[in-house]
Design a protein around this ligand. Structure first.
Ligand SMILES: Cc1cc2nc3c(=O)[nH]c(=O)nc-3n(C[C@H](O)[C@H](O)[C@H](O)COP(=O)(O)OP(=O)(O)OC[C@H]3O[C@@H](n4cnc5c(N)ncnc54)[C@H](O)[C@@H]3O)c2cc1C
Length: 498
């Protein structure tokens, strides 16, 4: 008879606090005195830099630091390499495995779970990816497709979801060295060892083109972005102490503030995307800071900034909810009327424009500044993300899927659901599309970077750059707007110029 083993299968949840699968695994192991083994499985798509299964250089860079950091907190933590199902089945040949794992919003994850269960492995899936029920429906029993009614429905649930305690991971029974040696080969949990596993290439697939980012932009500097669970929590507490959250509603769109480092947004996206903190924990810290439950979103008594911040966290839930229910969204428009109907510019023009956009050479200064920001740091302000998505799709007429792929390859805070939702929103083809917006880059710069600080910050290295005499855009906005109307089949009245 095989001896029992409890496995916590870590995926994108590198935290000890409020980690439901980890807590459940520990409880089982301690209650029944069964050895506990936390693991991560390094799958081929993560290491190989294949543009088809995009796992960008920023993700590879971050993982090679976050994994050893997370692993070091456990008595034993094992990294395996290979396909998840194959690896877990190989372990199950030697021990009687029970797997605990947090849920996800991808179909692939559920397929993996089914395959494991079919092989006789017990798998417990904990709810974590969303803090509100995945099956949230309207009174008519329908799934939501518009944000505001979804938010109204889930608000109270979202602010009242309980945060689970921090896991105690050292006082546990572990496998003996001899028992571990029977299991598949381990990868050493150090950054150096992991970096050997990861390819350094930066390839990207856009339509039928394979684009090598190394030929377009210098390798980015990610150093400032590295953060552990403890640091992420400290950073957020500092954000609350600074009072910046109070001004969040007013300031969150300001590119000027972003440029001068005064922040005003929390920069928690990386920590949330990699599961270093849960959104539940952020909400509970906000509640503690303001000594307020925030269960009434219409109350005028409470901090407007905090209400807006919670609302943004619910956008994140909304996009996860959409991707969970509509996995086809990764490459299909939410809006049926736009499926296969938009006449994107012909291929050669699209390729040239896409490359100019990546390099920050569109001639629209605010767009070029934003594209330099992402190329140099792996991160971009939300206002800029909206602007560059609208300009690529509307002004330059390039398919939103290409933009989505570039962000997948370039973002350090990549969250597939938010990225997909953001791109579909930017292209006005997604859930909650109204009004259809055509961003005017000059107007955007005037409204959100009036002093030009953001544009100067990112374009100053270009000797020819002058805000007073910017270069000529590759497509002049007025013409671009008219072309976009035709491309989308819209009447002149329908879209608003933003
Ligand atoms: C085209 C496009 C692509 C995007 N891709 C991503 C992505 O890959 N990963 C990602 O985390 N966010 C993405 N966003 C959303 C948003 O731009 C970032 O979450 C935000 O800029 C992160 O900065 P912050 O942490 O300072 O945000 P804050 O303003 O401090 O917001 C706090 C948190 O709320 C969530 N949030 C804020 N705005 C949004 C939003 N519009 N949609 C969903 N969640 C939001 C994020 O988790 C964020 O960290 C994208 C938006 C667009 C328009």
């Amino acid at each position: 008879m095989k001896s029992p083993l409890v496995i916590y299968w870590s995926r994108r949840d590198f935290r000890l606090a409020d980690n439901p699968a980890l807590l459940a695994a520990l409880l089982h192991s301690k209650k029944e005195n069964i050895p506990f083994l936390p693991i991560f499985i390094l799958e081929d798509y993560m290491t190989e830099g294949n543009p088809i299964h995009q796992f960008g250089l920023p993700s590879r860079w971050f993982l090679s630091r976050a994994l050893p950091d997370f692993a070091s907190q456990f008595k034993d933590f094992v990294i395996y390499k290979g396909k998840a199902v194959v690896t877990l089945k190989a372990i199950a040949e030697h021990v009687d495995v029970t797997v605990y794992v947090n849920d996800d919003v991808y179909v692939d994850f559920y397929t993996q779970v089914e395959k494991l269960q079919a092989a006789g492995i017990t798998v417990h899936v904990s709810e974590d990816a969303l803090s509100v029920p995945k099956d949230t429906r309207s009174q008519e029993g329908k799934l939501y497709s518009v944000f505001t009614p979804f938010k109204k429905n889930v608000w109270v649930k979202f602010v009242s979801t309980k945060v689970q305690k921090k896991a105690e991971v050292t006082d546990v029974l572990t496998l003996t060295r001899a028992e571990r040696q029977l299991l598949p080969k381990e990868v050493v949990a150090t950054t150096e060892a992991l970096e050997v596993e990861f390819r350094k290439s930066r390839l990207l697939q856009a339509g039928k083109h394979i684009i090598d980012l190394d030929t377009l932009t210098a390798a980015p500097e990610f150093q400032d972005w590295y953060i552990s669970e403890a640091e992420a929590l400290e950073r957020f507490k500092g954000y609350l102490q600074s009072g910046d959250l109070d001004g969040y509603r007013k300031n969150r769109d300001s590119l000027e503030l972003d440029a001068v480092g005064a922040g005003k947004t929390s920069k928690m996206s990386l920590a949330l995307a990699w599961g270093l903190v849960s959104s539940r924990t952020l909400v509970s810290l906000i509640q503690r800071h303001f000594e307020e439950s925030f269960d009434n979103p219409f109350s005028s008594r409470v901090s407007e900034g905090a209400l807006t911040y919670i609302s943004e966290l619910i956008w994140r839930e909304f996009y996860r909810y959409q991707l969970f229910h509509h996995p086809e969204l990764m490459d299909t428009e939410f809006q049926e009327r736009f499926r296969g109907t938009i006449a994107w510019v012909e291929d050669k023009t699209a390729e040239a424009r896409f490359i100019a956009w990546i390099k920050g050479e569109t001639g629209y200064p605010v767009v070029d500044a934003a594209m330099k920001q992402i190329a140099e740091t792996g991160w971009m302000h939300n206002r800029s993300r909206m602007v560059v998505a609208s300009i690529l799709t509307k002004n330059l007429g390039v398919d939103w899927r290409w933009g989505q792929e570039y962000f997948r390859a370039a973002l350090i805070d990549l969250d597939e659901a938010s990225n997909n939702g953001g791109w579909q929103w930017g292209a006005s083809v997604g859930a909650d599309p109204k009004p259809i917006r055509i961003f005017n880059p000059e107007l955007q710069a005037k409204n959100y970077d009036a002093s030009g600080a953001y544009q100067k910050r990112w374009l100053e290295s270009d000797k020819n750059f002058s805000l007073l005499a910017p270069s000529v855009p590759i497509v002049e906005h007025k013409t671009a707007r008219e072309e976009a109307l035709k491309r989308y089949g819209l009447s002149k009245e329908e879209p608003r110029d933003y």
